[in-house]
Write a protein that binds this ligand. Structure first.
Ligand code: ZN
Length: 499
């Protein structure tokens, strides 16, 4: 039998301690105490039997069965076809007697919401997993991308770590909570959302705009964090507490059109090229927020001394040391350099249509990822200053798909529970982090929900080997899937169970 985790143990009240017999207590009272002790022990035994931790070994087959089943459903987006996963999940919940509802803007791209009722003493907890995956180039895969082939302890398929791992863990958590008959202080809601990979209008955006009551919660858990293994051993965990906000900027250069045989100083291509070049060389100011400050401090504490020095220097008040560390990060750890600032990457340039025509207009699109606390108008003014050319207009592009929202707090109950579970299950420290990319948590955070990004343990070496998310191979260790299910269940149970 598996050990009952500390968090799931019923509290033992002081009066139930065995009498020490030091004082010559009157007989009656002594018997009375023993009776109370016996009754309490019996009650605790019953409680433990009913709410003991799940027997993790015995549920592994079930976990793997659901995981492989959803991986084998091709929900490549586009077109998505998330109906396949939604039907499967709904079927599992119907069989288990867990109320589940379908919400769809498009019949082929539905969302599923399942709910386990609590007493309502506390506001609900929402767990999420998106059902779509990015498309594949099947010819490049060793194992067919929707085969969920098991080999050497891994499962291979598109979606193994994005996001059918979170989806499976959420599904198992619901099934286990129901099976354990754990009394809950709050509802536990599970949302399987469609369209995360670029069409959130069918998924989270639709749910938040039209069915928010069905998913309204105090806290939410979704993808975006996880445990990093290095050399086969877990080293640290990250919890995504906030994320950058995508805000595209367009540059439009305007000049006089004419015959290509007569070069003009106003050539729009030349002005645009110079503007793009200036922007490309510009690195906006380093700014820390509570999340990234804590992240770099904690990362320094667990990194090898030579690397740790860079993390400390970038936090220092010494401008020279900070600039040198920033340069090092930009060259060696560009993801960390992006976490330090609002980032700008010129990704599309469009100009001209004939070699002998000077075009009157040229356009570039900048992928801007703003720090959550950045002032957009002030930032746009800075961009204009850097370009310093009246012939080039800078403006926000119309598309702004993710709103700004609240930052998940590291002194909150969920963060502490996640931290405790990471210590207990993985024996690693927990770092809050800000993702440079956007997630479906953005829409919920904009509604005031505190969201935490979590995930299974993955080898740091796996990404560069081509096994990361969105790669031409994707995989997860079976043992880490099972460990993640346990982590997920224990954190949710800790936050939701009656105390
Ligand atoms: Zn994802």
């Amino acid at each position: 039998m598996t050990r009952v985790p500390r968090s799931a143990r019923p509290p033992v009240a002081q009066p139930f301690r065995p009498a020490d017999g030091r004082t010559g207590s009157p007989k009656g009272l002594r018997y009375g105490r023993l009776t109370i002790v016996a009754a309490a022990a019996l009650a605790i035994a019953r409680l433990s039997a009913q709410h003991a931790a799940p027997d993790w070994k015995t549920i592994e087959d079930e976990t793997l069965r659901h995981y492989q089943a959803v991986l084998r459903l091709d929900t490549s987006n586009p077109p998505g076809n998330e109906r396949l996963v939604a039907d499967y999940v709904k079927g599992v919940f119907d069989t288990a007697g867990i109320p589940a509802e379908i919400f769809a803007l498009d019949a082929n791209r539905p969302n599923v919401v399942a709910r386990l009722k609590g007493t309502g003493a506390k506001r609900p907890l929402l767990i999420m997993g998106h059902s779509d995956v990015v498309t594949v180039d099947a010819a490049k895969w060793k194992h067919p991308p929707f085969s969920a082939t098991r080999e050497d302890g891994y499962v291979y398929a598109r979606g193994t770590i994005d996001d059918k791992d979170n989806l499976t863990a959420g599904l198992m958590t619901m099934l286990l909570l129901k099976r354990q008959q754990l009394p809950l202080d709050r509802d536990v809601i599970f949302l399987v959302e469609s369209g995360e990979e670029g069409n959130s209008n069918f998924g989270i955006q639709f749910m938040v705009a039209q069915h928010f009551a069905a998913i309204d919660a105090e806290f939410c858990f979704a993808e975006g964090g996880g445990v990093t293994r290095i050399g086969g051993a877990p080293r640290f965990a990250t919890v995504q507490a906030t994320e950058k906000i995508p805000r595209g900027i367009e540059l439009v250069a305007r000049g006089i059109s004419g015959h290509g045989s007569v070069p003009l100083a106003s050539n729009a291509v030349v002005h645009l090229a110079a503007a793009v070049s200036r922007i490309g060389e510009w690195r906006p100011d380093v700014k820390f927020n509570e999340t990234t400050g804590t992240y770099f401090r904690k990362l320094a504490a667990i990194s090898p001394p030579d690397v740790a020095a860079h993390y400390r220097d970038v936090l220092s008040s010494d401008a020279k040391a900070r600039a040198a560390a920033d340069d090092w990060l930009f060259d060696h750890e560009p993801q960390h350099a992006s976490m330090l600032r609002t980032s700008v990457s010129p990704n599309i340039v469009a100009a001209g249509y004939r070699s002998n025509v000077i075009p009157s207009e040229a356009k570039a699109t900048l992928d801007v990822r703003m720090l959550p606390e950045e002032d957009p108008a002030a930032f746009l003014a800075q961009v204009k200053q850097v370009i310093n050319d009246p012939a080039v207009e800078a403006r926000f592009s119309a598309q702004n798909t993710r709103p700004a929202g609240v930052v998940a707090r590291t002194d909150s109950e969920p963060f502490k529970s996640i931290e405790a579970a990471n210590t207990r299950i993985y024996n690693v420290p927990t770092l809050p982090t800000m993702s440079t990319f956007a997630t479906d948590m953005a829409q919920l955070r904009a509604r005031g929900v505190q969201c935490f990004g979590i995930g299974p343990a993955v080898d740091l070496e796996d990404g560069p080997k081509g096994f990361g998310m969105h790669s031409d191979q994707e995989r997860l260790l079976e043992s880490e899937l099972h460990r993640f299910v346990r982590f997920n269940y224990e954190v949710v149970a800790d936050l939701a169970r009656s105390k």
